[in-house]
Design a protein around this ligand. Sequence first.
Ligand code: NA7
Length: 525
Amino acid sequence: MAAGEEHYDALIVGAGFAGIYSLKTLRDDLGLKCLCIDQAGDVGGTWYWNLYPGAMSDTESYVYRYSWDKDDLATYPWKEHYVKQPEVLGYLRHVVEKYDLRRDMRFETRLVGMEWDGTGWRVRMQGRDGERVVRARYVVMGLGLLSKQNVPDIRGIDGFEGEMAHTGKWPGDLALEGKRVGIIGSGSTGIQVISEIGRKVKTLTCFQRHPQYSVPSGDRKVTTEYRQWVNENYDEIWNTRQRIFQENWDKGNGFRFMFGTFNDISTDAEANEGACEFIRSKIDEIVKDPEKARKLKPHDVYARRPLCDGNASSGQSYFEQFNRPNVDIVDLKETPIDQIEAKGIRTGDGHLHELDVLILATGFDAVEGNYNRMRIHGREGKTLKDAWNDGPTSLFGVHVPDFPNFFMINGPLGAFTNQPPAIEAQVAWIASIIQEAERSSSSPVIEATKEGQEGWSELCEKLAADSLFWKAEDNWIFGANIPGKKRCLRFYFGGMSGFHEELRKCVANHYPGFIPFAQEHATTA
Ligand code: NA7
């Protein structure tokens, strides 16, 4: 160890849901010496930055938490069926305090680059006190699936003289009351913002590229009886899915509507169109102005996003916002954005939409976006970017050949499902494989084989082959929302139980897809 170098068994990057649980598991259960770093000023990950108005989880509250703390599960309060940003942040801080995790966390510290040196990782990081090098046997990346913001490359965007904010990095003090506000983007984030601010701003102009199928979230206050029912039936309701459209519309939740009604919505075109027609009829029912309703109605397959909307504070759904006279919709397919000017957005019909504030709810360079901006060198100096030349891939969303003892949480080809359960499964897997490897060697090397990665990738392709998700244009799920990004599969579509089963089989068959853990590998970086 070079003088002044710090040494850890495990370095964890990111202090959100993934990083917090990784630190708890690796430090407290495995007894490893750990450091967790985050470039933010405190814990929270995505929820530290996601301060935009109306920010909430689109997964029901009882799933949007850790399942391993049974005591917390039964006692920690949640007010509404969907947790809002301050509550999520409060919950994560509570977990960090409860397990005294903060003493092994370092904030305002950014990973700059890292290299594999034959037995471990040399990591360069930039902190408050300058650049430092640490050595760690293992590196766990809890970077977040969606944290590198996608700022659209629209002509003139830098010349806008009003205030401009991306939802993924929201300035907490941005006042919107009484302002003329424009918003680009109507994904999950966009519809949350629109539902929250429509009643507050002077005017709200929504620039929509694709109309969306959105179902009500079913958000409401949590009653004592409901909480008791959740506590008593937790394991069962974690997986419960309702089967009838109307019942699901009434109950709300986009994931449930898409994946939990008729099983073939995501694979059978006719079943899919049935769901589309149902949602279109709801839009017609809700939106009074037929012209606005026409623009808001999607006609492509229902396979872009499982959206849900409407929160307790606005008391109104996304589509209901368009009954307000101050809220309008611009269909960018009919009238594309020509350019952004000092005073607002000029559309193809020559009209200048004057704005005081422009909100970019334009999403993220998801999955590998975060990795590509770091310099990560594996065996023989190979970068992750090199490894992903033909599109990002992995084994289980966690391991990449030539990057030993390097674990991604939610890397490419991880499970497409509600986040906290997916994160938990991956953290538990990483802990168990480290434990197993340490049993066989004092200096273990955990590394996927090329065949292991290819096998996983083939399985993912097979599972997605029948999915209508492929047919949806420009979907971020396939990386097609970012110009120049390779369109390829980025998720495992076998569901949470399928994912668990694959991991179980891997252990039962003595880790096929991995180089034997104790084997020494000759190369150095
Ligand atoms: P999303 O789901 O990627 O949505 C981004 C939105 O921004 C979507 O409506 C895009 O239109 C729109 N967009 C992106 N670029 C442009 C340009 N250049 N012009 C016009 N419109 C554009 O991100 P979110 O933040 O809403 O949600 C991400 C995840 O967070 C979500 O899945 C939840 O799990 C939570 P499009 O519809 O693609 O045509």
